[in-house]
Design a protein around this ligand. Structure first.
Ligand code: NAD
Length: 269
């Protein structure tokens, strides 16, 4: 297969997973499951009430385990496979933590994938930062301590630190096997530094096509990626339901549902 481009960077946000049944941040009026974002998605919130944070993320793990990748995730995964075979360099950067890209792709090589906001399928030690592959829901829907496995939540097979049920403190919060200190979700919270930004910027400054899918252009640094790629000479395309905050950074705008627009667009590259 012949492609017009030599190096492509894709950026996805909550909109690509909306049709799988995962709510976008925009849908929630700044509240997640009726919690203020700063209570469940900030280091200060975790320090104040780690049990509340683990109740929230346990529920999110169970919800993510129940949804399926949609046509947009699958088309993107197929495109990444075809591009790789044709020796076109491609990188997928996602802001999503729902593991649906990984599940659509199968074994997505790390060199082609950056989850800049972390993922629901990992935890890390608050003391030494060791990362664990973790699919446990430590609390159930009734907010009681539980031992539920979010079976379909993707766990990267290349990670050997797969957690069997870890020890818990009296509040039911999991403790790390390495330091016996609190485990936290490996999610990038407000005020924390996203993963892999230097690598992302390096790829953005040398790509010739940048495609943004289902992201509102509100959350930095990802909201600035289109401008970086455009400045470096790339053709920039936005696929979204509606105009985004950073619309001016795009040469091309495709408004509509991700499950329709993404497969159509990918056929044309
Ligand atoms: P956002 O909620 O700010 O914006 C989503 C965008 O997607 C909106 O502009 C909306 O118009 C568009 N959209 C909604 N449904 C769509 C569809 N079917 N097809 C195409 N576009 C559609 O999300 P964001 O820009 O990703 O940033 C919010 C933050 O919240 C991110 O940090 C992200 O990590 C996090 N988040 C992640 C998930 C997830 O993992 N699925 C869900 C909610 C929030």
């Amino acid at each position: 297969m012949e492609f017009r481009y030599k190096k492509i960077v894709f950026l996805t946000g909550a909109g690509i997973s909306a049709e799988s049944g995962v709510r976008t941040f925009r849908d929630t009026d700044g509240l997640w499951e009726n919690h203020r974002v700063e209570d469940v998605a900030s280091p200060q919130g975790f320090k104040r009430n780690p049990a509340l944070v683990w109740k929230f993320y346990s529920l999110r793990r169970l919800q993510a385990s129940e949804v399926q990748p949609n046509k947009a995730h699958v088309a993107l995964a197929d495109a990444l496979h075809s591009l790789e075979q044709a020796s076109v360099r491609a990188l997928l950067i996602t802001q999503n933590v729902d593991t649906l890209h990984e599940r659509a792709f199968g074994a997505l090589p790390n060199k082609n994938f950056i989850d800049i906001h972390g993922t629901l399928s990992r935890s890390r030690c608050t003391k030494c930062n060791k990362i664990f592959s973790d699919r446990w829901a430590y609390f159930n829907e009734e907010q009681q301590p539980a031992e539920r496995h979010a079976d379909h939540l993707w766990s990267n097979p290349s990670l050997t630190n797969l957690l069997s049920m870890p020890r818990r403190n009296p509040q039911g919060i999991p403790l790390s096997p390495c330091c016996s200190d609190l485990l936290r979700p490996d999610i990038v919270w407000f005020g924390e530094r996203p993963h892999g930004v230097e690598n992302a910027i390096e790829q953005l400054t040398s790509c010739d096509l940048f495609v943004s899918i289902g992201t509102s252009g509100n959350v930095y640094p990802a909201a600035g990626f289109a401008a970086v790629a455009r400045k470096a000479g790339a053709h920039t395309v936005s696929i979204n339901l509606e105009p985004t905050e950073n619309s001016a950074a795009f040469h091309e705008h495709l408004h509509g549902l991700a499950t329709e627009k993404v497969p159509d667009f990918l056929k044309k590259i």
